[in-house]
Design a protein around this ligand. Structure first.
Ligand SMILES: [Zn+2]
Ligand SMILES: [Zn+2]
Length: 248
């Protein structure tokens, strides 16, 4: 299983950057995880849009879904020009709430919304997917992807109240948000983690590798790495556009 970071910034993309989006690939399957601002532009470096097998959206905050409209429109055009079947919409797994957002996930024959919750399971060719509600300002789901004997957990957006243990313990790679450095961490938790909290969480869960993501565009890699010193189980990566990780 290979992970390519297409976007990792929040709340908006820096110059040439993108907000959350990750391309997850096996030999047989291409999955897009979140579809933030700038993600479709980055996707084109690796894969034609029409070769996606599925999309998963963790939640409907703008930084995670800003490019869904252009994805849908692009797929529709590729259906008209013959690169995709005109009668097989791309499965788009996403929360059922808020309902007015969920309704927009089905678009003509281009995409079809499939609701997710804690009990949902999905198979994308050779990937097995499951979902986990996180502590966030709106319904938000972490995603676990199992393929080729490896486990990837994408934590989406999450405050400190998420019960991670049953879902993420022992993951080969935990992609976890570290929205705040110490210098701008709010007094009260507000649906996000600090870099320091992400590191100690991944350590406590015995994850084998950590990727810290959901970073302000102006954060420097070294300062994130410094505050992630609490993770010592394995490699600690700081997400940036174009970063690739092979889990094998
Ligand atoms: Zn959010
Ligand atoms: Zn976010």
């Amino acid at each position: 299983m290979r992970v390519t970071v297409l976007g990792c910034q929040s709340p908006y993309p820096g110059p040439g950057g993108a907000t959350p989006g990750y391309l997850i690939q096996t030999e047989q399957a291409n999955l897009l995880l979140d579809c933030g601002s700038g993600v479709i532009s980055q996707l084109g470096r690796y894969l034609p849009l029409y070769q996606l097998d599925a999309v998963v959206l963790s939640h409907y905050h703008h930084d995670h879904v800003a490019d869904v409209g252009v994805l849908q429109y692009g797929l529709m055009v590729h259906q008209q020009s013959g690169e995709r079947s005109p009668v097989e919409p791309l499965p788009l797994y996403a929360p059922p709430e808020p309902a007015e957002k969920a309704r927009e996930m089905t678009y003509r024959q281009a995409t079809k919304h499939l609701p997710i919750d804690d009990t949902a399971r999905a198979t994308i060719v050779d990937m097995q997917l499951s979902f986990w509600r996180t502590d966030h300002a709106m319904p938000c789901y972490a995603v676990k992807i199992e393929a080729g004997g490896k486990t990837l957990v994408y934590g989406a957006d999450s405050g400190p109240g998420t019960d991670w243990k049953p879902f993420a313990a022992g993951a080969d790679l935990f992609i976890c948000e570290g929205t705040f450095l110490r210098r701008n961490k709010p007094q009260q938790p507000m649906g996000h983690l600090s870099v320091e909290e992400a590191a100690s969480l991944a350590q406590a869960l015995s994850c084998k590798a950590l990727m810290i993501t959901h970073l302000f565009p102006e954060y420097r890699e070294e300062e994130v790495r410094e505050e992630a010193a609490g993770f010592t189980n394995g490699p600690c990566l700081v997400a940036k556009v174009g970063l690739q990780v092979q889990l094998s």
